[in-house]
Design a protein. Structure first.
Length: 315
């Protein structure tokens, strides 16, 4: 099994044993829906230079496939599917105590996590380079028991994201009307600060109201529209909250993001903390790593340090 970067390199230097790799596939999600799924999986198998021991399809029985992949003795588990599949598999395996290193392949729509880990590499390149990668544990966010690895959106940004999701291939035949309806709902939410936030940091609590927010793990938001990275090296949630009063604020926010940065805008608040509690009179629309979800009218977000083990290129 893979335990640390040092052990990984040492084992390969002495024995040169190839990694044992399992592949989890969801042929009904991500770009696999648009193309020949069998051909795409065959291409991944051919690209793999490690010992590919088995392939598990999760579209029929998600929990059983994840359990089988966990128990097959693989050093590495690659995940071929959409963004939601990758997030759900990583959450399931982490909660099962899986110590295999996970490899989310960029076969989704947003590919937020694969791009963060592997840059612009395509799935075949990643599969061909596994022997050169190292193991690392990454922090996760948890909202009401659900994982997100990079960022979560709450409120109107999540509703706008759901509008985008309606246009995905294989979606509803009424995609245009659904998108328009959700966009109208998003703009309605945008100008009403319905959500109450309480963010805890170093024993102090900051309370505020907003119509939407993004939460990111550590420095995931840094560099985005002028947002500075957190000043601490400890695992932390970084939040950018929006409070808009009308269309003028909406357009003004875009101009400020372009020329001054969101951190300098009076229409936003940038905060850091360890835990967040959110309440609303209505169910909270949420997006986790680019995938839609819902929370009840009460939600808690926290950081789970080193919650997920991944295989990634050396820095």
């Amino acid at each position: 099994m893979l335990e640390t970067d040092t052990q990984t390199r040492s084992a390969r230097d002495t024995a040169r044993d190839k990694l044992r790799v399992a592949l989890i596939v969801n042929s009904r999600s991500g770009s696999l829906v648009e193309e020949d799924a069998e051909a795409a999986i065959a291409s991944l198998k051919e690209a793999c230079q490690s010992n590919l021991i088995d392939v598990f399809e999760v579209s029929d029985d998600f929990e059983a496939a994840c359990a089988a992949a966990h128990e097959c003795g693989a050093d590495v588990i690659a995940i071929a599917g959409g963004d939601g599949t990758a997030r759900s598999v990583m959450q399931m395996l982490a909660q099962r105590g899986c110590r295999s290193a996970l490899v989310p392949l960029p076969l989704g729509t947003a590919n937020i996590l694969p791009h963060r880990l592997y840059g612009d590499r395509d799935p075949e390149t990643i599969m061909s380079e596994l022997e050169d990668y190292v193991v690392g544990d990454i922090d996760a966010g948890v909202i009401n028991g659900q994982f997100f690895i990079v960022a979560a959106a709450v409120g109107f940004p999540a509703v706008l994201g759901r509008a985008r999701e309606a246009m995905r291939p294989g979606g509803s035949p009424n995609a245009l009307s659904t998108t328009w309806r959700r966009t109208r709902v998003a703009f309605k939410h945008m100008f009403i600060p319905r959500i109450r936030f309480k963010m805890r940091s170093a024993g102090a609590a900051t309370r505020f109201r907003a119509s939407g927010a993004f939460f990111a793990i550590n420095d995931s938001l840094s560099g985005f529209a002028g947002i500075d990275p957190p000043e601490t090296e400890k695992p932390v949630l970084q939040c950018i909250a929006f409070r808009l009063r009308g269309m003028w604020d909406f357009f003004g926010l875009g101009i400020e993001a372009l020329f001054r940065g969101l951190g300098q805008s009076r229409r936003t608040r940038i905060l850091e903390g360890e835990r967040v509690v959110m309440t609303s009179r209505r169910a909270l629309p949420v997006m986790l790593d680019g995938e839609p979800a819902f929370a009840h009218n009460h939600a808690r977000i926290r950081v789970a340090p080193k919650a997920v083990r991944v295989l990634r290129p050396p820095e």
